[in-house]
Design a protein around this ligand. Structure first.
Ligand code: FRU
Length: 516
């Protein structure tokens, strides 16, 4: 089958479906990216774990399927998301065995990182072992890590408050009526028709273990804090796919909340990804939040996971798609790509994301221009074109009302990234990109990133056939989205300005060339 949308330097499946990154870890000389996978069709189905490995985050080796849902406890929904940890040289995976009304955690172990054995004692953690406040229906995506002599895990869950728990001694799951034969949608399927007063609100829970096999409940991470919008604490959905790491003494908690309402320009997708800075109390589980921010202001970014490299870098990879949308590559027999891995640091109280430095080894055909002035027009530059490229530019919008870039341009198609002076936002506009988008949000074609009244905006853009990632002001913000232009012909790049004159400085473009 023709696969003309296949990205050249982003991880993607060649056939079938892929969603969340799972078990990201550096193990035996390679970075491993396991992922949620349905091999038989390019749509979500009973989950398997697929497997990529890489030595440079650009070339992805495709390895055999890691977990196949072949156990009774995995019927219907399969081996859902989870994480990896190394212990005594072995690689352990902890994943959610999911059924439509029951989610439990299971272990698999490997001596070589390729072949895994499921533990005969699976499922090793069930909500019944924890506390009546934890729902058995929505208890998933365990993220393990080690601190001192203990292993910890953070999982997404619906949790009842004390009054609710007292009224529902068996947990929230009894309230849910699901037809197990209906098509299970992991996102909306978990949400529709649920009354959070009975089923609990989205939360994260902390468990600890000495040996990875026996886990005890510590408590819930998220408590109401007056400084933050109540919507974070009254989530009618699950805080999916948690991740946790420290950088420079800062603790970072990552998660993807379902159904978080839009707040101003933030959280414009139905399901979002956010980070919280704060402090985790390992005795109570409580996470004292100091700041909350959306990770990416674009369209297609979910379920991010991190891994730590031997050189100390924290690398984040997310699913570069979104639930409840159409996926145009399904007609090519595949669906599911991942972001360019990003190096994370915490600086001045916010998360900074930079494209993984290894990408620089694949740069070819440099073209540059020190300064370009544009007045009420759209211009191209010799040598600056392509749809598998890295492009850097510093935009000085001056008094112009709109100034920015037209990408993937050809015929009627163009994808816009521009600064809008009146609103103080960077806009990602894919309304004329190519194949149309459908989704459940009001607007599936425009996203906005608040940057305020800017004299200068520094942009690093990564284009890869059907994908655009924008790093703004040294990675203080990012915007990620897929677009579906004509892959052969929509390769133009133009610099444009409306309502005045603007300057483009330090323009630098490279082709990214990864030999097959
Ligand atoms: C998030 C998610 C997880 C679940 C997995 C199923 O995208 O819904 O919560 O484990 O996908 O594929």
């Amino acid at each position: 089958m023709d696969q003309s949308y296949r990205p050249r330097y982003h991880a993607s499946v060649t056939s079938g479906w892929a969603n969340d990154p799972n078990g990201t870890i550096f193990y035996r000389g390679k970075a491993h990216l396991f992922y949620q996978h349905y091999p038989h069709k390019p749509q979500w189905g009973t989950m398997h774990w697929g497997h990529f490995a890489t030595t440079d985050f650009v070339r992805w080796e495709r390895l055999p399927i890691t977990l196949v849902p072949d156990q009774d406890y995995e019927i219907l929904c399969g081996c859902c998301s989870g994480s990896a940890i190394e212990k005594d040289g072995k690689l352990y995976l902890l994943y959610t065995a999911a059924q439509p009304d029951l989610q439990r955690q299971c272990l698999a172990v490997s001596e070589d990182g390729i072949q895994f054995q499921k533990d005969p004692g699976n499922p090793i953690v069930t909500a019944d072992m924890l506390h009546p406040e934890v729902s058995r229906t929505d208890f998933r995506d365990p993220r393990m890590f080690r601190k001192g002599d203990w292993y910890y895990l953070i999982a997404g869950a619906r949790v009842l408050n004390e009054e609710q728990a007292a009224a529902n001694p068996n947990g929230g799951y009894l309230e849910r009526k699901i037809d197990p034969l209906s098509v299970y949608s992991p996102s909306l399927g978990n949400v529709s028709g649920m009354d959070p007063e009975k089923a609990g609100y989205g939360n994260l829970i902390l468990l600890k273990s000495r040996d990875l096999y026996h886990w005890q409940y510590v408590g819930k991470l998220i408590y109401e804090q007056d400084e933050f919008d109540l919507a974070y604490f009254r989530l009618n959905g699950v805080y999916e796919c948690p991740d946790y790491f420290t950088d420079n003494g800062e603790e970072v908690l990552i998660s993807s909340p379902q159904n978080l309402p839009t707040m101003g320009r933030r959280y414009q997708n139905i399901h979002s990804s956010l980070y919280m800075l704060g402090k985790l109390n390992f005795s109570t589980g409580r996470f004292q939040i100091r700041a909350i921010e959306e990770i990416d202001s674009g369209f297609d970014f979910y379920a991010a996971q991190t891994l730590r490299m031997p050189d100390g870098r924290v690398i984040m990879i997310a699913w570069k798609e979104m639930w409840d949308r159409n996926y145009p590559t399904q007609s090519e027999g595949w669906a599911g790509t991942y972001t360019l891995p990003r190096e994370l640091t915490v600086e001045e109280g916010r998360l900074i994301q930079k494209p993984v430095r290894e990408i620089a080894a694949y740069r070819k055909n440099r073209a540059s221009c020190d300064s370009l002035s544009v007045t009420n027009q759209s211009v191209s530059l010799d040598g600056v074109s392509g749809n598998v490229v890295e492009l850097h530019v510093t935009l000085k919008p001056g008094a112009a009302s709109k100034a920015g870039l037209k990408l993937f341009k050809g015929g009627e198609h163009e994808t816009l990234i521009y600064y809008d002076r009146a609103d103080g936002v960077l806009v990602f506009d894919r309304s004329r990109s190519g194949q149309p988008f459908r989704g459940q949000e009001k607007d599936t074609v425009r996203r906005y990133c608040d940057i305020g009244q800017a004299e200068s905006v520094e942009l690093s853009l990564f284009l890869d056939v059907c994908s655009l990632e924008v790093f703004i002001d040294g990675g203080r913000h990012t915007m990620t989205g897929n677009v579906y232009p004509e892959p052969e012909t929509d390769t133009g790049i133009e610099f444009f300005c409306e309502g005045g004159t603007c300057q483009f400085r330090d323009i630098e473009k490279y082709d990214i060339v990864v030999d097959p």
